[in-house]
Ligand binder design. Structure first.
Ligand SMILES: Nc1ncnc2c1ncn2[C@@H]1O[C@H](COP(=O)(O)OP(=O)(O)OP(=O)(O)O)[C@@H](O)[C@H]1O
Ligand SMILES: [Mg+2]
Length: 269
């Protein structure tokens, strides 16, 4: 969880997809297996790790305001995760609130850049042009209908993120389905990127990864087989690897160490 964000190929693909949805003012679906990095990519795209706590706090003006205003202006996106069993009315109310606050921030940024101070509003209501909804499986048919209506009225672009099969679920709502512009499959890490991530983990454990080395090559193969390039599985595996090394007084990460670490987790293969 504390690993710094890695700009993977999948993240770049997500960014392209989101930009396209925005440009076409349409609704897009992003689907992919659990733990591949969908939420992380979307939050990053929306600058949400910085904006969410700032907006939640919404306190008196401070010295970090300008930075957040600029971030809001750059992303002009609201990232929202519906609660389980959320009521459609509450959902729309929440979205309105986030949208308004991001718009206020973006507006402040635009104002600060004007040479002549002005009191006329800069058309705040259109500053946010993308809404990303994570865990979109939680949306009820009524919520989907309300969102579609919002899209029609305000031309607000939307991305709905969910598990594989969510695109099929939306087939049952012809009005929404007919408005879908793009469907994006978020994939697992490719081999090159897996090696890049593993290299970081190896270093973190005080070791040097060499894919040409027989022991390392076997370890990499074991990790590839166990995690199948899934970010979350990788993240859960490495603390266990560190633990197995420590308990057994070992230094080298071998495939046996990895198998032992994986056996503690319920991730199977
Ligand atoms: N680009 C990245 N750089 C570093 N770590 C990442 C990255 N993407 C994902 N992770 C890590 O992998 C884990 C899973 O990512 P994330 O929660 O985004 O997956 P998800 O696809 O949204 O899963 P779910 O379908 O279960 O919601 C997270 O704990 C996150 O820290
Ligand atoms: Mg997620």
């Amino acid at each position: 969880m504390n690993q710094p964000f890695i700009v993977t190929k999948e993240h770049r693909r997500f960014t392209e997809f989101a930009n396209a949805v925005r440009k076409e003012k349409t609704i897009g679906i992003c689907h992919g297996d659990a733990g591949v990095g969908k939420t992380n990519s979307a939050r990053r795209y929306a600058n949400w790790d910085a904006l969410e706590p700032y907006i939640n706090k919404w306190g008196p003006r401070g010295e970090h305001d300008a930075k957040h205003y600029a971030l809001a202006n750059r992303s002009r996106t609201v990232f929202y995760t519906p609660e389980v069993l959320c009521r459609p009315k509450d959902l729309m109310h929440d979205i309105d609130r986030w949208q308004a606050k991001v718009e206020i921030c973006a507006d402040e940024h635009l104002r600060s850049r004007e040479t002549e101070p002005t009191t006329t509003p800069i058309g705040m209501s259109h500053l946010v042009d993308l809404l990303i909804i994570d865990e979109a499986e939680r949306l009820t048919p009524t919520a989907l209908e309300l969102l579609r209506d919002r899209h029609d009225r305000e031309h607000l672009s939307m991305i709905l993120i969910g598990m594989p099969g969510i695109d099929q679920r939306f087939r049952h709502y012809p009005q929404l389905y007919s408005r879908l512009g793009f469907s994006h499959h978020y994939r697992t890490l490719g081999r090159e990127e897996l090696l890049f991530v593993l290299d970081r983990h190896w270093k973190h454990l005080g070791q040097q990864l060499d894919p040409e080395d027989f022991t390392d090559a076997q370890a990499i193969a074991a990790i590839e087989r166990i995690t199948r390039g899934n970010f979350r599985l990788l993240e859960r595996l490495f603390p266990q690897i560190a633990r197995v090394l420590k308990i057994n007084g070992l230094e080298t990460i071998t495939d046996d160490v990895i198998e032992a670490a994986a056996s503690i987790l319920v991730i199977g293969n």
